[in-house]
Design a protein around this ligand. Sequence first.
Ligand code: 9WN
Length: 438
Amino acid sequence: VAAPADPATTAGSLHSRAARVLEGNWTGTSTVPSRGLYPHQWSWDSAFIAIGLRHLSPLRAQTELETLLDAQWGDGRVPHIVFNPSVPLDAYFPSPDFWRSSTAGRAAGAPRTVQTSGIVQPPVHALAAWLVHRADPGLSRARGFLPRVYPRLAAWHRYLLHRRDLGGGGLASVVHPWEQGMDNSPCWDAPLARVTPAPARSFRRADLDHGAPEDRPTDLDYGRYVRLATDYRDGGYADGTGDFAVEDPAFNALLIASEHALARIAHELGAPGTARHARAERLTAALVERLWDPAEGLFFCRDVRGGGLIPERGVSGLIPLLLPALPRDVTGALVGTASGPHFGLGGPARLVPSYDLTGESFDPHRYWRGPAWFNTAWLVERGLRLHGERARADALREDFLSTADTSGFAEYVDPYTGDACGAGDFSWTAALTLDLLH
Ligand code: 9WN
């Protein structure tokens, strides 16, 4: 009879395997999300990666964020990809010759020396910077980490709150599905339907060299992504004119959580953080006013060009649980929705599915149309814990760790079986595993 596994040993080996994944994906100045599929630096990936890396090497975690912020544009935007010049152009699409950041982005202040994309991703960075600082305040102070990153993070938030308030209600809009990070979520289907796709023969999808076509977004989706990005680029990356503009609950919740973190950073640097905390609370109220549906007990995306809330239930609508100033009735209803038939938390589902289990567009394998992702599970776990839902948070943490383990740190998993999908040895899965082990 085999001796029962010693939890300390199992945890130890999970820890060292997660650390090895991050070691293998480290380039010297940042971490790639995965060696094959995503061979450059991605913005929100780096924030999640830094949150885990801080437990292994606070210096590497600081460097991860500094490398990303070095590629910031003059107008404050932090690009969603920073390209590694030593990776061949055909390894990932769209490549630097598509975005042409240093020429097409000149008016918006794109850097001259490093090539980047021209769109953004969710602003998890100030939250990450604060957590990284807290992991080793001595090293952080000795290196002047916070004084260095604070002005950049403040400019980043300024960009989002001013240039991206396309709906006029105080929230930031995304202008491309890649910006929100959940590329082919059914939440984008209606606003994307208005976009004329670029012809399939006008681009080559490098993602299909690594991922199964039935798991990845469709060619039709890609045609629309390419059209939106081309139009944005050809307009010099100026904001406010594009066909696609959506206020997304997760994107804005992460901005608000990061605004609270910026308040703490300001306070640490000797300035009062009260104005920023107050702004974060005002933004929380705007989020509830513009995106909360009390009858459904969920936050929804607002189609700024089409006028209304988009009636699709995505995991994005649960992420505001992360916010401390959310009214109690809202948090209670959100916990109920997460645990009910649409998301199956603690019931039939593993982690938290990316989309409504009962939804018409649900697909357990196709990217953000059903599968469960580790970064969103980490965010929901944090929210549950913040609002005193300890048993649910503990159960989600256990599920996260065992699924990360059995799936080989998968990019995402089937929400019913936990089977691995997408890339393996995925950096944010390993990083957030480390975070939950601490
Ligand atoms: C486009 C890197 C990124 C993640 C996104 C995820 C996926 C890219 C792609 O990979 O998006 O940015 O090629 O599909 O959807 O959340 O940041 O891991």
